[in-house]
Design a protein around this ligand. Structure first.
Ligand code: HEC
Length: 168
């Protein structure tokens, strides 16, 4: 009886060791992995697809996909500008600075070669279309992350209106 138990134990131990060797690849077995067989898009292959609606992109688009016919539904009145200012201080000022000069507190930690937050007081932003500004905020651009998570539709436009007041 004891001899049988010992033999069984020995057999189990050998089987266990063999299993561990496969697990830790001491014995390499090339298992079939179906991940290798799926369709995929190679680096810089087309077509370029937009991320899914709820996706949180880690790398940002280089070109903007500005919806055609998008118009600013919110008039730039005092209420909108005041809201825009507050929202800008929450969502944008960390990078673009309190007055939009691209000198927010986190830029101290920017890598040398990384693209700096834009100076929103530059003259080119005076002519910057509302729809493009909206798209920069909601989709991100280059080094700027999309900020569509914590703002409502109305709030994007309030910020858009406010950004147009930053140029002297
Ligand atoms: C995490 C930092 C960060 C935050 C927060 C941020 N931005 Fe930016 N923004 C950037 C960077 C970096 C760029 C430069 C992008 C590039 O050129 O690659 C940029 C560029 C821009 C541009 C210029 C786009 C162009 O055509 O050159 C606009 C406009 C802009 N941001 C508006 C905003 C607004 C409005 C907010 C707040 C809702 C905001 N940003 C929040 C980092 C940020």
């Amino acid at each position: 009886m004891i001899r049988r138990a010992l033999i069984l134990l020995a057999v189990l131990a050998v089987a266990g060791y063999a299993l561990l060797m496969v697990t830790y690849e001491v014995i390499g077995v090339d298992f079939v992995s179906f991940m290798e067989d799926q369709p995929f898009v190679d680096y810089q292959d087309g077509p370029r697809l937009l991320p899914a609606e709820e996706a949180v992109p880690v790398s940002r688009p280089v070109y903007l996909d500005v919806p055609s016919g998008l118009v600013n539904p919110v008039p730039a009145d005092d209420v909108s500008l005041q809201r825009g200012e507050t929202l800008f201080s929450f969502h944008c000022a960390v990078c673009h600075g309190p007055t939009g000069q691209g000198d927010g507190p986190v830029t101290r930690f920017w890598r040398e070669e990384a693209r700096r937050p834009a100076n929103l007081t530059e003259a080119r932003f005076r002519e910057y279309p509302d729809a493009t500004l909206y798209s920069v905020i909601t989709q991100g651009l280059g080094g700027m992350p999309p900020l569509r998570e914590n703002m409502t539709e109305r709030q994007y436009w309030d910020v858009v209106n406010f950004v147009h007041t930053l140029q002297p």
